[in-house]
Ligand binder design. Structure first.
Ligand code: BGC
Ligand code: BGC
Length: 623
Protein backbone atom coordinates (compact mmCIF):
# COMPACT_ATOMS: atom_id res chain seq x y z
CA UNK A 1 0.00 0.00 0.00
CA UNK A 2 1.39 3.44 -0.95
CA UNK A 3 2.06 5.80 1.95
CA UNK A 4 -0.23 8.48 0.57
CA UNK A 5 -3.16 6.08 0.32
CA UNK A 6 -2.41 4.77 3.74
CA UNK A 7 -2.45 8.23 5.26
CA UNK A 8 -5.73 9.07 3.52
CA UNK A 9 -7.25 5.90 4.92
CA UNK A 10 -5.89 6.76 8.32
CA UNK A 11 -7.37 10.22 7.98
CA UNK A 12 -10.77 8.80 7.14
CA UNK A 13 -10.50 6.47 10.10
CA UNK A 14 -9.69 9.38 12.38
CA UNK A 15 -12.62 11.40 11.05
CA UNK A 16 -14.94 8.42 11.60
CA UNK A 17 -13.71 7.94 15.12
CA UNK A 18 -14.04 11.62 15.87
CA UNK A 19 -17.58 11.55 14.51
CA UNK A 20 -18.40 8.61 16.71
CA UNK A 21 -16.88 10.40 19.67
CA UNK A 22 -18.63 13.70 19.03
CA UNK A 23 -21.89 11.83 18.51
CA UNK A 24 -21.55 9.92 21.72
CA UNK A 25 -23.18 12.58 23.86
CA UNK A 26 -25.85 12.87 21.20
CA UNK A 27 -26.46 9.18 20.82
CA UNK A 28 -29.82 9.37 22.49
CA UNK A 29 -30.92 12.70 21.07
CA UNK A 30 -34.35 11.27 20.22
CA UNK A 31 -34.78 10.16 23.80
CA UNK A 32 -34.20 13.66 25.14
CA UNK A 33 -37.48 15.56 25.48
CA UNK A 34 -35.61 18.86 25.53
CA UNK A 35 -34.95 18.60 21.82
CA UNK A 36 -37.54 19.88 19.37
CA UNK A 37 -40.00 17.33 18.04
CA UNK A 38 -38.73 17.28 14.47
CA UNK A 39 -35.12 16.81 15.52
CA UNK A 40 -36.10 13.87 17.66
CA UNK A 41 -38.08 12.32 14.82
CA UNK A 42 -35.29 12.81 12.30
CA UNK A 43 -32.65 11.56 14.67
CA UNK A 44 -34.57 8.40 15.36
CA UNK A 45 -35.47 7.87 11.70
CA UNK A 46 -31.80 8.01 10.73
CA UNK A 47 -30.98 5.22 13.11
CA UNK A 48 -33.74 2.87 11.99
CA UNK A 49 -33.27 -0.13 9.71
CA UNK A 50 -35.91 -1.03 7.16
CA UNK A 51 -37.11 -3.83 9.40
CA UNK A 52 -37.50 -1.46 12.33
CA UNK A 53 -39.45 0.97 10.21
CA UNK A 54 -41.83 -1.61 8.79
CA UNK A 55 -42.52 -2.96 12.26
CA UNK A 56 -43.74 0.45 13.39
CA UNK A 57 -46.47 0.27 10.78
CA UNK A 58 -47.98 -2.91 12.22
CA UNK A 59 -50.73 -3.17 14.79
CA UNK A 60 -51.43 -6.66 16.13
CA UNK A 61 -54.14 -8.09 18.36
CA UNK A 62 -53.25 -8.75 21.98
CA UNK A 63 -54.10 -12.46 21.62
CA UNK A 64 -51.13 -12.92 19.24
CA UNK A 65 -48.83 -10.47 21.03
CA UNK A 66 -46.04 -11.41 23.44
CA UNK A 67 -42.87 -9.67 24.58
CA UNK A 68 -40.94 -11.91 22.17
CA UNK A 69 -43.14 -11.00 19.20
CA UNK A 70 -42.92 -7.31 20.08
CA UNK A 71 -39.14 -7.32 20.09
CA UNK A 72 -38.51 -9.76 17.28
CA UNK A 73 -40.71 -7.90 14.78
CA UNK A 74 -40.38 -4.36 16.18
CA UNK A 75 -44.18 -4.19 16.38
CA UNK A 76 -45.38 -0.59 16.62
CA UNK A 77 -48.79 -1.11 18.19
CA UNK A 78 -51.13 -3.59 19.86
CA UNK A 79 -54.90 -3.48 20.13
CA UNK A 80 -57.69 -5.14 21.99
CA UNK A 81 -60.37 -6.14 19.51
CA UNK A 82 -63.96 -6.05 20.75
CA UNK A 83 -64.16 -8.22 23.86
CA UNK A 84 -60.46 -9.03 23.85
CA UNK A 85 -59.35 -8.86 27.47
CA UNK A 86 -56.43 -10.24 29.51
CA UNK A 87 -58.90 -12.34 31.53
CA UNK A 88 -62.66 -12.36 32.02
CA UNK A 89 -63.57 -9.63 34.52
CA UNK A 90 -59.91 -8.60 34.64
CA UNK A 91 -59.04 -5.94 37.21
CA UNK A 92 -57.49 -2.66 36.05
CA UNK A 93 -54.25 -3.87 37.64
CA UNK A 94 -54.31 -6.94 35.40
CA UNK A 95 -54.71 -4.67 32.39
CA UNK A 96 -51.79 -2.51 33.47
CA UNK A 97 -49.66 -5.63 33.96
CA UNK A 98 -50.52 -6.87 30.48
CA UNK A 99 -49.65 -3.55 28.86
CA UNK A 100 -46.37 -3.39 30.76
CA UNK A 101 -45.39 -6.92 29.87
CA UNK A 102 -45.76 -6.20 26.16
CA UNK A 103 -44.17 -2.78 26.51
CA UNK A 104 -41.08 -4.31 28.11
CA UNK A 105 -40.71 -6.42 24.99
CA UNK A 106 -40.71 -3.27 22.86
CA UNK A 107 -38.35 -1.40 25.15
CA UNK A 108 -35.86 -4.27 25.04
CA UNK A 109 -35.13 -3.64 21.36
CA UNK A 110 -32.01 -1.85 20.13
CA UNK A 111 -33.74 1.52 19.81
CA UNK A 112 -36.34 0.93 22.52
CA UNK A 113 -39.23 2.48 20.63
CA UNK A 114 -42.35 2.07 22.81
CA UNK A 115 -45.43 0.43 21.37
CA UNK A 116 -48.79 2.14 21.58
CA UNK A 117 -51.77 0.17 22.92
CA UNK A 118 -55.18 0.98 21.43
CA UNK A 119 -58.74 -0.05 22.30
CA UNK A 120 -62.31 0.86 21.38
CA UNK A 121 -63.78 3.18 23.99
CA UNK A 122 -66.89 4.09 22.09
CA UNK A 123 -69.25 4.61 25.04
CA UNK A 124 -66.91 4.62 27.96
CA UNK A 125 -64.16 2.01 28.37
CA UNK A 126 -66.54 -0.57 27.06
CA UNK A 127 -64.51 -3.78 27.01
CA UNK A 128 -63.61 -3.49 30.64
CA UNK A 129 -65.56 -5.08 33.47
CA UNK A 130 -66.89 -2.51 35.96
CA UNK A 131 -66.18 0.47 33.73
CA UNK A 132 -68.78 3.23 33.48
CA UNK A 133 -70.81 2.64 30.33
CA UNK A 134 -72.18 5.87 28.85
CA UNK A 135 -75.08 6.11 26.40
CA UNK A 136 -74.18 5.21 22.85
CA UNK A 137 -73.66 8.18 20.55
CA UNK A 138 -77.22 8.34 19.27
CA UNK A 139 -78.37 9.10 22.80
CA UNK A 140 -75.68 11.76 23.19
CA UNK A 141 -76.90 13.31 19.95
CA UNK A 142 -80.33 13.65 21.57
CA UNK A 143 -78.82 15.73 24.40
CA UNK A 144 -77.65 18.45 21.99
CA UNK A 145 -75.00 19.11 24.65
CA UNK A 146 -71.42 19.15 23.32
CA UNK A 147 -70.01 20.23 26.69
CA UNK A 148 -71.53 17.14 28.27
CA UNK A 149 -69.92 15.04 25.56
CA UNK A 150 -66.59 16.71 26.26
CA UNK A 151 -66.88 15.82 29.95
CA UNK A 152 -67.68 12.24 28.96
CA UNK A 153 -64.51 12.26 26.87
CA UNK A 154 -62.44 13.37 29.85
CA UNK A 155 -64.00 10.72 32.09
CA UNK A 156 -63.49 8.03 29.46
CA UNK A 157 -59.85 9.04 29.11
CA UNK A 158 -59.34 8.57 32.85
CA UNK A 159 -60.98 5.14 32.79
CA UNK A 160 -58.87 4.05 29.83
CA UNK A 161 -55.70 5.29 31.54
CA UNK A 162 -56.83 3.43 34.65
CA UNK A 163 -56.01 0.28 32.69
CA UNK A 164 -52.67 1.58 31.39
CA UNK A 165 -53.90 2.34 27.86
CA UNK A 166 -53.10 5.63 26.05
CA UNK A 167 -55.08 5.33 22.79
CA UNK A 168 -58.73 4.85 21.89
CA UNK A 169 -60.54 4.31 18.59
CA UNK A 170 -63.16 7.00 19.16
CA UNK A 171 -65.12 9.06 18.29
CA UNK A 172 -67.18 7.60 15.51
CA UNK A 173 -68.12 10.69 13.54
CA UNK A 174 -70.23 8.85 11.00
CA UNK A 175 -73.31 10.66 9.82
CA UNK A 176 -75.83 7.81 9.69
CA UNK A 177 -78.20 8.55 6.86
CA UNK A 178 -80.16 5.31 7.06
CA UNK A 179 -81.17 3.61 10.32
CA UNK A 180 -81.09 0.22 8.63
CA UNK A 181 -77.32 0.48 9.13
CA UNK A 182 -76.17 -1.75 12.00
CA UNK A 183 -73.85 0.96 13.32
CA UNK A 184 -76.41 3.73 13.38
CA UNK A 185 -76.23 3.95 17.19
CA UNK A 186 -72.54 4.78 16.92
CA UNK A 187 -73.54 7.93 15.02
CA UNK A 188 -74.60 11.05 16.90
CA UNK A 189 -77.08 12.15 14.29
CA UNK A 190 -78.27 12.21 10.70
CA UNK A 191 -77.52 15.94 10.82
CA UNK A 192 -73.89 16.79 10.09
CA UNK A 193 -74.00 19.91 12.24
CA UNK A 194 -74.78 17.85 15.36
CA UNK A 195 -72.00 15.40 14.54
CA UNK A 196 -69.63 18.35 14.10
CA UNK A 197 -70.59 19.78 17.46
CA UNK A 198 -70.04 16.42 19.17
CA UNK A 199 -66.41 16.28 18.04
CA UNK A 200 -66.00 17.98 21.43
CA UNK A 201 -65.40 14.40 22.57
CA UNK A 202 -61.91 14.85 21.10
CA UNK A 203 -60.70 17.67 23.38
CA UNK A 204 -62.42 15.73 26.15
CA UNK A 205 -60.28 12.66 25.43
CA UNK A 206 -57.05 14.38 24.39
CA UNK A 207 -57.24 17.72 26.17
CA UNK A 208 -57.67 21.19 24.65
CA UNK A 209 -55.08 22.32 22.15
CA UNK A 210 -53.33 25.50 23.28
CA UNK A 211 -54.76 28.67 21.74
CA UNK A 212 -53.10 29.79 18.50
CA UNK A 213 -51.38 26.44 18.05
CA UNK A 214 -50.81 25.06 14.59
CA UNK A 215 -53.85 23.24 13.26
CA UNK A 216 -53.72 19.68 12.03
CA UNK A 217 -50.96 18.50 14.32
CA UNK A 218 -51.61 15.63 16.73
CA UNK A 219 -52.04 16.56 20.35
CA UNK A 220 -52.17 15.11 23.84
CA UNK A 221 -52.72 17.23 26.94
CA UNK A 222 -51.13 14.96 29.54
CA UNK A 223 -50.77 11.48 30.94
CA UNK A 224 -54.35 11.53 32.16
CA UNK A 225 -55.59 11.95 28.58
CA UNK A 226 -55.65 9.50 25.67
CA UNK A 227 -55.19 10.05 21.98
CA UNK A 228 -58.34 9.81 19.91
CA UNK A 229 -59.27 8.47 16.48
CA UNK A 230 -61.85 10.03 14.19
CA UNK A 231 -63.52 7.20 12.29
CA UNK A 232 -64.40 5.90 9.73
CA UNK A 233 -63.00 8.08 6.97
CA UNK A 234 -65.16 8.82 5.04
CA UNK A 235 -68.80 8.20 4.17
CA UNK A 236 -69.34 5.15 6.42
CA UNK A 237 -72.83 6.35 7.33
CA UNK A 238 -73.98 6.87 3.77
CA UNK A 239 -73.96 3.40 2.28
CA UNK A 240 -76.78 2.22 0.06
CA UNK A 241 -79.73 0.94 2.13
CA UNK A 242 -77.51 1.25 5.20
CA UNK A 243 -75.65 -1.94 4.33
CA UNK A 244 -72.55 -2.06 6.51
CA UNK A 245 -69.18 -1.71 4.78
CA UNK A 246 -70.99 -1.16 1.47
CA UNK A 247 -70.84 1.58 -1.14
CA UNK A 248 -71.68 5.22 -0.55
CA UNK A 249 -72.89 6.92 -3.69
CA UNK A 250 -72.52 10.65 -3.33
CA UNK A 251 -71.59 13.71 -5.31
CA UNK A 252 -68.55 15.64 -4.16
CA UNK A 253 -70.92 18.29 -2.88
CA UNK A 254 -72.73 15.67 -0.75
CA UNK A 255 -69.46 14.28 0.59
CA UNK A 256 -68.32 17.75 1.52
CA UNK A 257 -71.58 18.85 3.08
CA UNK A 258 -72.62 15.63 4.87
CA UNK A 259 -69.76 13.25 5.60
CA UNK A 260 -66.62 15.39 5.60
CA UNK A 261 -67.45 18.37 7.84
CA UNK A 262 -66.87 16.60 11.17
CA UNK A 263 -63.35 15.69 9.95
CA UNK A 264 -62.59 19.40 9.59
CA UNK A 265 -63.54 19.96 13.22
CA UNK A 266 -61.68 16.88 14.41
CA UNK A 267 -58.48 17.90 12.67
CA UNK A 268 -58.71 21.48 13.91
CA UNK A 269 -59.14 20.13 17.44
CA UNK A 270 -55.93 18.13 17.10
CA UNK A 271 -57.21 14.60 16.63
CA UNK A 272 -54.11 12.41 16.58
CA UNK A 273 -55.32 9.62 14.33
CA UNK A 274 -57.93 8.90 11.67
CA UNK A 275 -59.29 5.44 10.84
CA UNK A 276 -60.20 4.56 7.28
CA UNK A 277 -63.65 3.15 6.51
CA UNK A 278 -64.34 -0.33 5.22
CA UNK A 279 -66.90 1.22 2.91
CA UNK A 280 -66.40 2.42 -0.64
CA UNK A 281 -67.09 5.84 -2.04
CA UNK A 282 -68.60 5.77 -5.50
CA UNK A 283 -67.22 2.29 -6.00
CA UNK A 284 -63.70 2.94 -4.72
CA UNK A 285 -62.71 1.17 -1.50
CA UNK A 286 -61.70 3.82 0.99
CA UNK A 287 -58.75 1.63 2.01
CA UNK A 288 -57.40 2.06 -1.49
CA UNK A 289 -58.49 5.66 -2.02
CA UNK A 290 -55.27 7.58 -2.48
CA UNK A 291 -57.04 10.75 -3.60
CA UNK A 292 -58.96 11.05 -0.38
CA UNK A 293 -56.42 9.65 2.08
CA UNK A 294 -53.17 11.11 0.76
CA UNK A 295 -54.59 13.81 -1.45
CA UNK A 296 -57.39 15.30 0.59
CA UNK A 297 -56.70 14.33 4.20
CA UNK A 298 -52.93 14.64 4.27
CA UNK A 299 -52.24 17.21 1.56
CA UNK A 300 -55.28 19.47 1.48
CA UNK A 301 -56.32 19.29 5.11
CA UNK A 302 -52.70 19.05 6.26
CA UNK A 303 -53.46 16.34 8.79
CA UNK A 304 -50.17 15.46 10.52
CA UNK A 305 -51.19 12.54 12.73
CA UNK A 306 -51.29 8.96 11.49
CA UNK A 307 -53.90 7.19 9.41
CA UNK A 308 -54.85 3.72 10.66
CA UNK A 309 -56.65 1.01 8.72
CA UNK A 310 -59.68 -0.74 10.08
CA UNK A 311 -59.52 -4.33 11.35
CA UNK A 312 -58.43 -6.45 8.36
CA UNK A 313 -59.44 -3.41 6.35
CA UNK A 314 -56.80 -3.88 3.68
CA UNK A 315 -57.81 -7.54 3.31
CA UNK A 316 -61.27 -6.33 2.37
CA UNK A 317 -59.98 -4.27 -0.55
CA UNK A 318 -60.44 -7.45 -2.59
CA UNK A 319 -63.48 -9.63 -2.66
CA UNK A 320 -63.42 -12.16 -1.27
CA UNK A 321 -61.27 -10.62 1.45
CA UNK A 322 -57.61 -11.60 1.51
CA UNK A 323 -57.81 -12.97 -2.04
CA UNK A 324 -54.63 -11.12 -3.02
CA UNK A 325 -52.93 -9.92 0.10
CA UNK A 326 -49.84 -8.54 -1.62
CA UNK A 327 -52.09 -6.36 -3.72
CA UNK A 328 -54.00 -5.32 -0.60
CA UNK A 329 -50.80 -4.20 1.09
CA UNK A 330 -49.72 -2.32 -2.01
CA UNK A 331 -53.03 -0.56 -2.50
CA UNK A 332 -53.54 0.24 1.18
CA UNK A 333 -50.06 1.55 1.91
CA UNK A 334 -49.86 3.48 -1.33
CA UNK A 335 -53.26 5.01 -0.63
CA UNK A 336 -51.60 6.54 2.41
CA UNK A 337 -52.47 4.27 5.34
CA UNK A 338 -49.68 4.55 7.91
CA UNK A 339 -50.55 1.95 10.51
CA UNK A 340 -52.21 -1.30 9.52
CA UNK A 341 -54.56 -3.03 11.97
CA UNK A 342 -53.44 -6.39 10.62
CA UNK A 343 -54.35 -7.81 13.28
CA UNK A 344 -53.29 -11.51 13.30
CA UNK A 345 -51.16 -12.49 10.30
CA UNK A 346 -48.35 -10.04 10.95
CA UNK A 347 -45.57 -12.14 9.42
CA UNK A 348 -47.48 -12.43 6.17
CA UNK A 349 -48.02 -8.68 6.24
CA UNK A 350 -44.39 -7.87 7.01
CA UNK A 351 -43.06 -10.26 4.36
CA UNK A 352 -45.38 -8.74 1.79
CA UNK A 353 -44.56 -5.18 2.74
CA UNK A 354 -40.81 -5.85 2.66
CA UNK A 355 -41.10 -7.48 -0.75
CA UNK A 356 -43.02 -4.49 -2.10
CA UNK A 357 -40.50 -2.00 -0.74
CA UNK A 358 -37.43 -3.93 -1.85
CA UNK A 359 -38.85 -4.16 -5.35
CA UNK A 360 -39.83 -0.50 -5.47
CA UNK A 361 -43.56 -1.04 -5.67
CA UNK A 362 -43.78 1.02 -2.51
CA UNK A 363 -41.30 3.86 -2.24
CA UNK A 364 -39.05 4.50 0.73
CA UNK A 365 -40.50 7.98 0.99
CA UNK A 366 -43.97 6.48 1.52
CA UNK A 367 -42.59 4.29 4.32
CA UNK A 368 -40.78 7.25 5.84
CA UNK A 369 -43.95 9.33 5.77
CA UNK A 370 -45.82 6.57 7.60
CA UNK A 371 -43.14 6.01 10.22
CA UNK A 372 -42.60 9.73 10.83
CA UNK A 373 -46.28 10.19 11.49
CA UNK A 374 -46.40 7.27 13.91
CA UNK A 375 -43.29 8.49 15.72
CA UNK A 376 -44.63 12.05 15.80
CA UNK A 377 -47.72 10.84 17.63
CA UNK A 378 -45.63 8.75 20.01
CA UNK A 379 -43.35 11.69 20.83
CA UNK A 380 -46.24 14.13 21.17
CA UNK A 381 -47.88 11.75 23.64
CA UNK A 382 -44.84 11.56 25.82
CA UNK A 383 -44.77 7.82 25.24
CA UNK A 384 -40.96 7.70 25.23
CA UNK A 385 -40.89 9.41 28.62
CA UNK A 386 -43.82 7.46 30.09
CA UNK A 387 -43.96 4.06 28.41
CA UNK A 388 -44.84 2.01 31.49
CA UNK A 389 -48.14 2.73 33.26
CA UNK A 390 -48.57 2.12 36.98
CA UNK A 391 -51.54 1.51 39.26
CA UNK A 392 -51.96 5.13 40.30
CA UNK A 393 -55.03 5.68 38.13
CA UNK A 394 -56.91 2.43 38.72
CA UNK A 395 -59.27 4.26 41.07
CA UNK A 396 -60.90 6.03 38.15
CA UNK A 397 -62.40 2.88 36.66
CA UNK A 398 -66.15 2.97 37.19
CA UNK A 399 -65.82 5.74 39.78
CA UNK A 400 -68.90 7.19 41.43
CA UNK A 401 -68.23 10.57 39.83
CA UNK A 402 -68.20 9.03 36.35
CA UNK A 403 -71.38 7.09 37.06
CA UNK A 404 -73.05 10.34 38.10
CA UNK A 405 -71.94 11.90 34.83
CA UNK A 406 -73.33 8.94 32.88
CA UNK A 407 -76.60 9.25 34.80
CA UNK A 408 -76.79 12.92 33.85
CA UNK A 409 -76.18 11.97 30.21
CA UNK A 410 -78.96 9.39 30.36
CA UNK A 411 -81.39 11.97 31.76
CA UNK A 412 -80.58 14.39 28.99
CA UNK A 413 -80.75 11.76 26.25
CA UNK A 414 -84.35 10.67 26.84
CA UNK A 415 -86.84 11.83 24.23
CA UNK A 416 -90.52 12.02 25.12
CA UNK A 417 -92.50 11.12 22.02
CA UNK A 418 -96.02 10.82 23.40
CA UNK A 419 -97.70 11.72 26.67
CA UNK A 420 -101.37 10.83 26.56
CA UNK A 421 -103.83 11.59 23.79
CA UNK A 422 -105.17 15.08 23.36
CA UNK A 423 -107.85 15.85 25.88
CA UNK A 424 -106.47 13.12 28.11
CA UNK A 425 -104.52 13.59 31.33
CA UNK A 426 -100.79 13.10 30.63
CA UNK A 427 -99.26 9.95 32.15
CA UNK A 428 -95.87 11.55 32.78
CA UNK A 429 -94.39 12.41 35.15
CA UNK A 430 -95.30 9.06 36.67
CA UNK A 431 -96.88 9.04 40.10
CA UNK A 432 -94.31 7.98 42.71
CA UNK A 433 -97.02 7.35 45.22
CA UNK A 434 -99.25 4.98 43.25
CA UNK A 435 -100.13 1.97 45.44
CA UNK A 436 -99.15 -0.71 42.93
CA UNK A 437 -97.41 -0.53 39.57
CA UNK A 438 -96.33 -3.06 36.98
CA UNK A 439 -92.95 -3.10 35.28
CA UNK A 440 -92.69 -5.42 32.28
CA UNK A 441 -90.47 -6.13 29.31
CA UNK A 442 -87.26 -7.79 28.23
CA UNK A 443 -85.20 -4.63 28.78
CA UNK A 444 -86.48 -3.64 32.20
CA UNK A 445 -84.00 -5.62 34.25
CA UNK A 446 -81.08 -6.35 31.95
CA UNK A 447 -77.79 -4.45 32.08
CA UNK A 448 -76.52 -6.06 28.88
CA UNK A 449 -79.63 -5.11 26.93
CA UNK A 450 -79.54 -1.52 28.08
CA UNK A 451 -75.85 -1.22 27.09
CA UNK A 452 -76.16 -2.70 23.60
CA UNK A 453 -73.25 -3.73 21.35
CA UNK A 454 -69.61 -2.91 22.11
CA UNK A 455 -70.07 -3.75 25.78
CA UNK A 456 -67.85 -6.38 27.44
CA UNK A 457 -68.18 -8.36 24.21
CA UNK A 458 -67.84 -7.02 20.69
CA UNK A 459 -71.50 -7.83 20.02
CA UNK A 460 -72.61 -6.98 23.54
CA UNK A 461 -74.59 -9.59 25.45
CA UNK A 462 -77.85 -9.83 27.36
CA UNK A 463 -77.75 -10.40 31.08
CA UNK A 464 -75.81 -9.34 34.11
CA UNK A 465 -72.57 -8.67 32.22
CA UNK A 466 -71.13 -5.81 34.27
CA UNK A 467 -72.06 -3.64 37.22
CA UNK A 468 -74.71 -0.98 36.90
CA UNK A 469 -78.29 -0.07 37.70
CA UNK A 470 -81.09 -1.58 35.65
CA UNK A 471 -84.17 0.47 34.88
CA UNK A 472 -86.22 -1.78 37.18
CA UNK A 473 -83.83 -1.26 40.09
CA UNK A 474 -83.89 2.46 39.41
CA UNK A 475 -87.70 2.52 39.47
CA UNK A 476 -87.75 0.64 42.76
CA UNK A 477 -85.33 3.16 44.25
CA UNK A 478 -87.31 6.14 43.03
CA UNK A 479 -90.89 5.38 44.02
CA UNK A 480 -92.33 5.86 47.47
CA UNK A 481 -91.32 3.04 49.83
CA UNK A 482 -95.02 2.19 50.17
CA UNK A 483 -95.47 1.72 46.42
CA UNK A 484 -95.54 -1.92 45.40
CA UNK A 485 -93.48 -2.52 42.24
CA UNK A 486 -94.34 -5.80 40.53
CA UNK A 487 -91.99 -7.03 37.83
CA UNK A 488 -93.26 -9.49 35.27
CA UNK A 489 -91.24 -9.71 32.10
CA UNK A 490 -93.94 -10.99 29.78
CA UNK A 491 -97.31 -11.07 31.55
CA UNK A 492 -100.54 -12.18 29.90
CA UNK A 493 -103.35 -9.68 29.61
CA UNK A 494 -105.61 -11.45 32.12
CA UNK A 495 -102.97 -11.10 34.80
CA UNK A 496 -102.48 -7.42 34.02
CA UNK A 497 -106.22 -6.72 34.14
CA UNK A 498 -106.86 -8.55 37.40
CA UNK A 499 -104.11 -7.07 39.56
CA UNK A 500 -105.24 -3.53 40.13
CA UNK A 501 -102.16 -1.79 38.80
CA UNK A 502 -102.28 2.02 38.73
CA UNK A 503 -100.21 1.98 35.56
CA UNK A 504 -97.51 -0.04 33.82
CA UNK A 505 -94.02 0.69 32.52
CA UNK A 506 -93.08 -1.53 29.58
CA UNK A 507 -89.38 -1.56 28.70
CA UNK A 508 -88.68 -3.30 25.39
CA UNK A 509 -86.22 -2.90 22.57
CA UNK A 510 -83.53 -4.35 20.36
CA UNK A 511 -81.15 -7.07 21.52
CA UNK A 512 -77.44 -6.17 21.49
CA UNK A 513 -75.64 -6.15 18.15
CA UNK A 514 -72.61 -4.59 16.51
CA UNK A 515 -71.60 -3.78 12.96
CA UNK A 516 -73.00 -6.02 10.20
CA UNK A 517 -75.02 -8.13 12.63
CA UNK A 518 -77.11 -5.05 13.27
CA UNK A 519 -78.07 -4.43 9.67
CA UNK A 520 -81.84 -4.70 9.41
CA UNK A 521 -84.09 -4.19 6.46
CA UNK A 522 -87.34 -4.28 8.45
CA UNK A 523 -86.40 -2.48 11.68
CA UNK A 524 -89.14 -4.29 13.55
CA UNK A 525 -89.10 -4.53 17.29
CA UNK A 526 -88.09 -8.13 18.05
CA UNK A 527 -90.57 -10.43 19.77
CA UNK A 528 -91.71 -10.67 22.46
CA UNK A 529 -91.57 -6.85 22.52
CA UNK A 530 -94.71 -6.18 20.45
CA UNK A 531 -96.60 -8.93 22.30
CA UNK A 532 -95.71 -7.41 25.66
CA UNK A 533 -96.86 -3.98 24.48
CA UNK A 534 -100.21 -5.41 23.34
CA UNK A 535 -100.83 -7.48 26.45
CA UNK A 536 -99.93 -4.74 28.88
CA UNK A 537 -101.07 -1.62 27.08
CA UNK A 538 -104.33 -3.28 26.08
CA UNK A 539 -105.08 -3.84 29.77
CA UNK A 540 -103.83 -0.88 31.80
CA UNK A 541 -102.56 2.65 31.25
CA UNK A 542 -99.00 2.26 30.07
CA UNK A 543 -95.73 3.96 29.37
CA UNK A 544 -93.47 2.27 26.82
CA UNK A 545 -89.75 2.89 27.12
CA UNK A 546 -87.86 1.88 23.99
CA UNK A 547 -84.27 0.68 24.44
CA UNK A 548 -83.03 0.71 20.88
CA UNK A 549 -80.07 1.84 18.85
CA UNK A 550 -82.29 3.71 16.38
CA UNK A 551 -85.87 4.44 15.46
CA UNK A 552 -87.83 1.21 14.97
CA UNK A 553 -91.28 0.42 13.60
CA UNK A 554 -93.65 1.76 16.25
CA UNK A 555 -96.55 3.32 14.37
CA UNK A 556 -98.76 0.16 14.48
CA UNK A 557 -98.66 0.15 18.31
CA UNK A 558 -98.87 3.88 18.92
CA UNK A 559 -102.66 3.81 19.38
CA UNK A 560 -102.42 1.39 22.31
CA UNK A 561 -99.54 3.19 23.98
CA UNK A 562 -100.41 6.01 26.37
CA UNK A 563 -96.93 7.44 26.69
CA UNK A 564 -93.74 6.72 24.76
CA UNK A 565 -90.10 7.47 25.57
CA UNK A 566 -87.02 6.75 23.46
CA UNK A 567 -84.17 5.85 25.82
CA UNK A 568 -81.71 4.71 23.10
CA UNK A 569 -78.92 2.56 24.58
CA UNK A 570 -78.41 4.25 27.93
CA UNK A 571 -75.56 2.14 29.35
CA UNK A 572 -75.01 1.13 32.94
CA UNK A 573 -76.67 4.07 34.70
CA UNK A 574 -80.37 3.23 34.44
CA UNK A 575 -81.12 5.57 37.35
CA UNK A 576 -81.07 8.41 34.85
CA UNK A 577 -84.17 6.94 33.22
CA UNK A 578 -86.16 6.85 36.46
CA UNK A 579 -84.96 10.35 37.39
CA UNK A 580 -86.90 11.75 34.47
CA UNK A 581 -89.86 9.36 34.28
CA UNK A 582 -90.86 10.30 37.83
CA UNK A 583 -90.34 14.01 37.33
CA UNK A 584 -87.22 14.67 39.39
CA UNK A 585 -85.83 16.13 36.17
CA UNK A 586 -87.61 17.33 33.05
CA UNK A 587 -87.40 15.92 29.53
CA UNK A 588 -84.99 17.92 27.39
CA UNK A 589 -83.85 15.40 24.75
CA UNK A 590 -84.72 15.96 21.12
CA UNK A 591 -84.69 13.45 18.29
CA UNK A 592 -81.24 13.25 16.71
CA UNK A 593 -82.85 11.33 13.86
CA UNK A 594 -86.04 11.29 11.90
CA UNK A 595 -88.52 8.72 13.15
CA UNK A 596 -90.02 7.07 10.06
CA UNK A 597 -93.51 5.65 9.71
CA UNK A 598 -92.62 2.68 7.54
CA UNK A 599 -89.30 1.36 6.30
CA UNK A 600 -90.18 1.87 2.68
CA UNK A 601 -89.81 5.60 3.32
CA UNK A 602 -86.08 5.06 3.94
CA UNK A 603 -83.72 6.71 3.47
CA UNK A 604 -85.48 9.82 4.77
CA UNK A 605 -83.57 12.59 6.46
CA UNK A 606 -84.41 16.07 7.63
CA UNK A 607 -84.44 18.46 4.69
CA UNK A 608 -85.42 15.79 2.18
CA UNK A 609 -88.02 16.69 -0.38
CA UNK A 610 -90.56 14.03 0.54
CA UNK A 611 -90.33 14.34 4.28
CA UNK A 612 -93.24 12.62 5.97
CA UNK A 613 -92.04 11.33 9.34
CA UNK A 614 -93.92 9.87 12.28
CA UNK A 615 -91.88 12.18 14.52
CA UNK A 616 -89.66 14.75 12.82
CA UNK A 617 -86.00 15.34 13.50
CA UNK A 618 -85.71 17.60 16.55
CA UNK A 619 -89.02 16.44 18.04
CA UNK A 620 -89.29 15.98 21.79
CA UNK A 621 -92.07 16.85 24.23
CA UNK A 622 -91.46 18.27 27.66
CA UNK A 623 -93.10 17.07 30.84
C1 BGC B 1 -64.49 -1.57 13.59
C2 BGC B 1 -63.76 -0.40 14.18
C3 BGC B 1 -63.00 -0.83 15.38
C4 BGC B 1 -62.09 -1.98 15.06
C5 BGC B 1 -61.31 -2.48 16.24
C6 BGC B 1 -63.60 -2.77 13.42
O1 BGC B 1 -64.34 -3.89 13.08
O2 BGC B 1 -65.04 -1.21 12.33
O3 BGC B 1 -64.68 0.62 14.48
O4 BGC B 1 -62.27 0.26 15.88
O5 BGC B 1 -62.86 -3.04 14.57
O6 BGC B 1 -62.10 -3.16 17.14
C1 BGC C 1 -63.14 -8.10 16.80
C2 BGC C 1 -63.62 -6.69 16.70
C3 BGC C 1 -63.64 -6.32 15.29
C4 BGC C 1 -64.40 -7.33 14.45
C5 BGC C 1 -64.32 -6.97 13.02
C6 BGC C 1 -63.97 -9.01 15.95
O1 BGC C 1 -63.51 -10.31 16.04
O2 BGC C 1 -63.19 -8.51 18.12
O3 BGC C 1 -62.79 -5.81 17.39
O4 BGC C 1 -64.24 -5.08 15.20
O5 BGC C 1 -63.92 -8.61 14.64
O6 BGC C 1 -64.77 -7.96 12.17
Amino acid sequence: MKRATASILLGILVICCCNEASNAGDRTLYKDPNHPLNRRINDLMKRMTLEEKLGQMVQIERSVASPQVMSKYFIGSVLSGGGSVPAPQATPEAWVDMVNELQRGSLSTRLGIPMIYGIDGVHGHNNVYNATIFPHNIGLGATRDPQLVKRIGAATALEIRATGIPYTFAPTIAVCRDPRWGRCYESYSEDPSIVRAMTELIPGLQGDIPPNSRKGVPYLGGQDKVIACAKHYVGDGGTTNGINENNTIATWHQVMSIHMPAYFNSIIKGVSTVMVSYSSLNGVKMHANRDLVTGFLKKNLRFRGFVISDWQGIDRITSPPHANYTYSILAGVNAGIDMIMVPYNYTEFLDGLRFLVENNFISMSRIDDAVKRILRVKFVMGLFEHPLPDYSMTKYLGSQEHRELAREAVRKSLVLLKNGDSGQKPLLPLDKHAPKILVAGTHADDIGNQCGGWTIQWQGQSGNITSGTTILTAIRKTVDPKTEVVFSENPDSGYVKQNGFSYAVVVVGELPYAETNGDSLNLTLPEPGPGIISNVCGSVRCLVVLVTGRPVVIEPYLGQIDALVAAWLPGTEGQGVADVLFGDFGFTGRLPRTWFKTVDQLPMNVGDEHYDPLFPFGYGLTA
